[in-house]
Structures are given as structure tokens and as C-alpha cells.
Ligand binder design. Structure first.
Ligand SMILES: [Zn+2]
Length: 195
């Protein structure tokens, strides 16, 4: 009986990103052994599920209708567009960017029914116009889906005469040309600069 509970717990934990089968099982056994920790975790999880919602401006996760970042009047009139709340955190943690954000929660995937509206792109355009954005930075994944999403958003924003920029692409430090895939290499070539 105990084993089947552990197995189903491990199966659920294994759905989390970066958690393999072995780790999931180790965590499941740890939680079953440490009842207090498991109870505390259950409480925090229930609270999270009950209270987390999307900010009505930037779609980042927050417990209020509008997140702290969007309420920060000291921020510059720029918007950094990212795929996920984790990406937003990474950009903020660089300490180099002091503007607003917009979280898409995915990439365009028309075959899976994920169109511009699902990603909130019309809201992004509206927000950029409302705050009079001087620049929209596309900080999206350098994948085929990410590139397609960038192209679509850039098109929409340029139609409104809003400046659009994209993160630099290309070879990461220490990369060997021989082993770079063709997408990375073609982006590195397009983004080449004076020596
Ligand atoms: Zn917000």
C-alpha cells in the first residue's frame, strides 16, 4: 500500500521540469518519511494554487490584480517580452534592465491551436501603445518557434511605429564553429559586427 502511494507521488513529482525518475522517487520517499515537511509543502502548494493569478498588465504571476513591477513608477517606458515567468526572473536578475515586462506563457504554435490571442499579443500591443513604449525588447528563445513568435510581434509593433529590438544571437562564449547547429550559426552570421 505504502509503495503504491510513493509511486504515485513520484509519478506526479516526475512531471516537474528537471526531475528525472530517480530523483522523483527519492523526493517521494523523503516526503513520506518527513511528514511535517510534507504537510508544510501541502499547505504552501494549496495557498499557491488558490492565490496565484496573472497580472492584468504583464501576465506575470502575482497574488494581486496588478503585479509590483507594473506598479513601479520608477521604471523606464520599455517592455521586455519573455516566454515564461522564470525568463522574467532571469532578465530581472541581470540587474541591467529597468523597464516593464510582458509574459507570453508560450510560443506561437498554430498547429496546436496556440495563436496570438492565446499568448496575449493583442494585449501586449495595447500595453505598448498605452504606456508610450520607447522600445520593446524581444527576449525570446532562439528556437524556430521563438523566432516565428518574434517575427509576428515585431511586425505588429512596427505597424504602430514602436521600436523593436531582439537579444543578440549567435555563438555562446567558448563555442566551436564546427559543432554549432545551423540555426545558431546563421544567427551568428546575421548578427556579425565590426572587428
Ligand atoms: Zn505586471
Amino acid at each position: 500500500m505504502k509503495e503504491s502511494i510513493v509511486d504515485s507521488l513520484a509519478l506526479t513529482l516526475g512531471k516537474l521540469p528537471g526531475i528525472g525518475k530517480k530523483t522523483a522517487l527519492r523526493l517521494a520517499f523523503a516526503l513520506v518519511d518527513q511528514r511535517e515537511l510534507a504537510s508544510a509543502l501541502a499547505l504552501v502548494l494549496a495557498e499557491t494554487v488558490a492565490n496565484v493569478k496573472e497580472c492584468s498588465f504583464c501576465r506575470n504571476l502575482t497574488s494581486d490584480n496588478v503585479c509590483e513591477t507594473c506598479l513601479d513608477t520608477a521604471r523606464q517606458n520599455t517592455i521586455c517580452v519573455v516566454h515564461t515567468p522564470a525568463d522574467q526572473r532571469s532578465m530581472e536578475d541581470t540587474g541591467l534592465y529597468r523597464g516593464f515586462y510582458f509574459v507570453l506563457h508560450g510560443s506561437l504554435a498554430p498547429l496546436d491551436g496556440i495563436g496570438p490571442t492565446v499568448l496575449g499579443i493583442p494585449r501586449l500591443i495595447e500595453r505598448a501603445i498605452t504606456i508610450g513604449a520607447t522600445e520593446v525588447i524581444l527576449a525570446l528563445d532562439s528556437t524556430t518557434e521563438g523566432e516565428a513568435t518574434c517575427a509576428y510581434i515585431a511586425n505588429q509593433l512596427e505597424a504602430q511605429n514602436i521600436k523593436v529590438t531582439q537579444l543578440a544571437r549567435g555563438l555562446p562564449p567558448g563555442a566551436l564553429v564546427e559543432f554549432a547547429d545551423s540555426l545558431t550559426l546563421s544567427q551568428a552570421l546575421k548578427g556579425r559586427r565590426g572587428y
